[in-house]
Design a protein around this ligand. Structure first.
Ligand SMILES: Cc1cc2nc3c(=O)[nH]c(=O)nc-3n(C[C@H](O)[C@H](O)[C@H](O)COP(=O)(O)OP(=O)(O)OC[C@H]3O[C@@H](n4cnc5c(N)ncnc54)[C@H](O)[C@@H]3O)c2cc1C
Length: 494
């Protein structure tokens, strides 16, 4: 083992060891004693380990990390408070480098939640108006998370039981996360939160409400940082989509982020991790904080770009592999995919070019292009997958069950019938299996759902864009134009 590879082990190994902390991760009906040893998680954990190790690698650490003032060690750039265009660029490069490692398939590698923490930290003096202790608490957590590579996840939604009922309904209110008691040590909380992507891999959860809460329901209003191993906290995982046959399921085997629901069975959250509580208006201001949101949403668009680039690459490779790239409608569809990539890239560039220093002194990317990209992403990704299906058609199931069969007993026939126009049978089968994993497997279906919903309900998000828009800028020229033509009477000019 050379010196570098020994160094490279350190950070990722430390991270893995830290997950053996007594957390209650429920899978297939029982608690997973050690997530780092369970086959449902090992593939994905080795991906995360590799990403964490980048911060010890001589060149990669400069791409994904920075040295905080007074420190020799590199930490991830999601913790960098941007003060100028170079800092913002540094964050963007780090996000892209990590995203490209999983082709945008793993979306919650903690950079999103870390960016929220960084934004709250940067805005701590302003947010202290909401709670005088906020500033001290967030500074303490930010430094701890930054210097210990904490993996942070988030869960904002109430459990989906009966969406026609809100907090005025006793049963709904009892299921939604609420304070049951205040003790000397902290708050005791009961209820559930959905969805916490990457929950089994996280050290801490950021918990706050997605929707605005009325003041009369203030016991449901809180902003918390909850350790994953808190007694009484149950992390209930969905069915794993991983595979022990990496050669056939390249994405599922290594990039299953896992999604979970969190049950709080009277969980004590210590005061130092209670950022705000009992004040619905303050919690809403915190939730809408521009510094934190623009830093975090920026990461989601960089990651989306990486994923759309990958789908486009797979689609072009398939079109060429089966000799359909010369057909006009295939070219039109591939052009649409490239246009998707260019649009998201342009919005990202616009958000960075229009970045400005906010009232906290943080150089934040412009939110409008970011919001636009996020909304478009919820439409683009399902369309990209649809195009992929239309290009490969039946070819996605014209594959043997395992890759090894290509060179098995009927190898000659396999090579003859599974060959492509520009590639041999083995390459073509690998490519089609990759594409199937991207859209047809359990992981693939989950990804279409993810892109539609991860940023919230796209229907309400679009409606909000309309309701919050400065509508006069659109209607005023229309009325002015009509007024300028008011001399037109009875179809003829006076
Ligand atoms: C794969 C995946 C991963 C996710 N990961 C995370 C995560 O890590 N952290 C996190 O916090 N969240 C996560 N989410 C949750 C995501 O934020 C929500 O799914 C999203 O906000 C939509 O809310 P919902 O699922 O509760 O849908 P619902 O609100 O239950 O909506 C269901 C349907 O009813 C309609 N509807 C419901 N209520 C209304 C209403 N009042 N007005 C109009 N229409 C309504 C919606 O338009 C939709 O069509 C994830 C979601 C998915 C699918």
């Amino acid at each position: 083992m050379n010196k570098n590879s020994m160094i490279n082990k350190t950070r990722g190994k430390k991270y893995l060891d830290s997950l053996k902390d007594g957390r209650n991760v429920w899978l297939n009906g029982s608690i997973v004693e050690d997530v780092t040893a369970h086959p449902a998680f090992t593939g994905t954990l080795s991906t995360i380990e590799r990403l964490f190790n980048m911060l010890d690698h001589p060149e990669e650490k400069q791409l994904v990390g920075f040295q905080p003032p007074g420190s020799d060690a590199y930490v991830h750039s999601s913790f960098l408070v941007p003060r100028n265009q170079d800092d913002l660029r540094k964050r963007s490069i780090a996000f892209k480098y990590w995203a490209d490692e999983t082709h945008g398939v793993m979306s919650r590698l903690s950079e999103y939640a870390r960016s929220l923490v960084t934004g709250w930290y940067a805005a701590r003096e302003q947010l202290a108006q909401l709670d005088p202790q906020f500033s001290y608490k967030i500074a303490d957590y930010y430094e701890k998370a930054r210097d210990n590579d904490l993996f942070v996840a988030n869960a904002l939604l109430d459990p989906q039981v009966d969406r026609s009922k809100g907090l005025e309904d006793f049963d709904a209110a009892d299921r939604f996360l609420h304070i049951v008691k205040e003790s000397e040590d902290g708050l005791i909380l009961r209820g559930a939160k959905m969805i916490a992507t990457a929950a089994p891999y996280a050290h801490d959860f950021l918990i706050f409400p997605f929707h605005k809460i009325k003041e009369e329901y203030a016991k449901h209003a809180h902003a918390l940082i909850v350790p994953a191993n808190s007694p009484g906290l149950h992390i209930v995982c969905r069915e794993p989509f991983t595979s022990d046959r990496e050669q056939d399921h390249l994405l599922s085997a290594s990039f299953d982020e896992m999604d979970a629901v969190l049950f709080f069975d009277d969980v004590l959250v210590p005061w130092e991790r209670v950022l705000i509580h009992g004040n619905a208006e303050a919690v809403w201001k915190f939730r809408m904080n521009r510094t934190a949101n623009s830093l975090a949403f920026h990461q989601t668009v960089v990651r989306l770009l990486s994923k759309l680039e990958f789908v486009t690459g797979v689609a072009i490779a398939i079109a060429e592999a089966i000799g359909v790239s010369g057909y006009l409608h295939i070219q039109e569809k591939l052009g649409e995919l490239i246009t998707q990539v260019e649009t998201i890239h342009s919005l990202l560039v616009a958000s960075e070019a229009q970045a400005e220093r906010d009232e906290t002194g943080t150089f934040i990317p412009a939110l409008k292009p970011i919001d636009t990209a996020r909304i478009l992403g919820s439409q683009y990704y399902p369309r990209a997958i649809e195009i992929l299906q239309q290009i490969g058609a039946g070819g996605f199931v014209q594959v043997p069950s395992t890759l090894e069969e290509i060179n098995g007993p009927i190898s000659e026939l396999m090579h003859k019938y599974f060959a492509g126009a520009t590639v041999g049978a083995e390459e073509k089968v690998k490519l089609f299996k990759l594409a199937w994993d991207l859209f047809g497997s359990q992981l693939g279906s989950r990804h279409e759902l993810y892109e539609r919903y991860y940023a919230g309900d796209p229907v309400r998000a679009l409606a909000n864009i309309y309701t919050n828009a400065e509508k006069q800028q659109y209607t005023k020229p229309v009325w002015e134009f009509l007024q300028s033509k008011s001399h037109v009477k009875n179809g003829s000019r006076s």
